[in-house]
Design a protein. Structure first.
Length: 116
C-alpha cells in the first residue's frame, strides 16, 4: 500500500488565519485513515518543512488529526535537514514528503521561496 495516507484529505480548512487550498485528495474514509495511521511508524515518514510555510502546517495538522507518526525535518532550523533536502536534487520546495522511501512529488503544493 504505497501509502494512500497522503491521498486522503481535502484540506479546505483555515489554519493559522490562512485559507489553505486542498492539497490532498482521495476517497479514504476517516476510519480507514485512522487504521492506516495506526499501522505506521515515525521512521516511515519524513516531512521536510519550515515554520512559515502554510502548506507544511496543513500537512502536519492533517497527519496529527489522524494520528500519523512522522519525523519532521525543518530545513531552516537544522543544517543537517537542509543538507539532506538539497541532496534530493531539484524537488521544488516544502513541504516535501518521503513515505516508506517513496517520494511524494505530486501530492503537496510546494512553497517555493528564496529562503531555502
Amino acid at each position: 500500500m504505497a501509502w494512500a495516507l497522503y491521498v486522503g484529505y481535502q484540506a479546505g480548512s483555515k489554519r493559522g488565519g490562512l485559507n489553505v487550498p486542498s492539497i490532498f485528495s482521495s476517497g479514504l474514509t476517516q476510519e480507514q485513515l485512522v487504521a492506516l495511521a495506526a499501522s505506521g511508524q515515525a521512521s516511515d515518514v519524513i516531512l521536510y518543512s519550515t515554520d512559515w510555510c502554510p502548506y507544511c502546517k496543513a500537512a502536519k495538522g492533517w497527519m496529527n488529526q489522524y494520528g500519523f507518526k512522522y519525523q519532521e525535518c525543518d530545513i531552516e532550523k537544522n543544517a543537517s535537514c537542509l543538507q539532506q533536502f538539497q541532496s534530493l536534487g531539484d524537488v521544488g520546495g516544502v513541504p516535501y514528503l518521503i513515505v516508506k522511501g517513496q517520494h511524494m512529488r505530486t501530492v503537496l503544493t510546494p512553497m517555493r521561496s528564496s529562503r531555502r
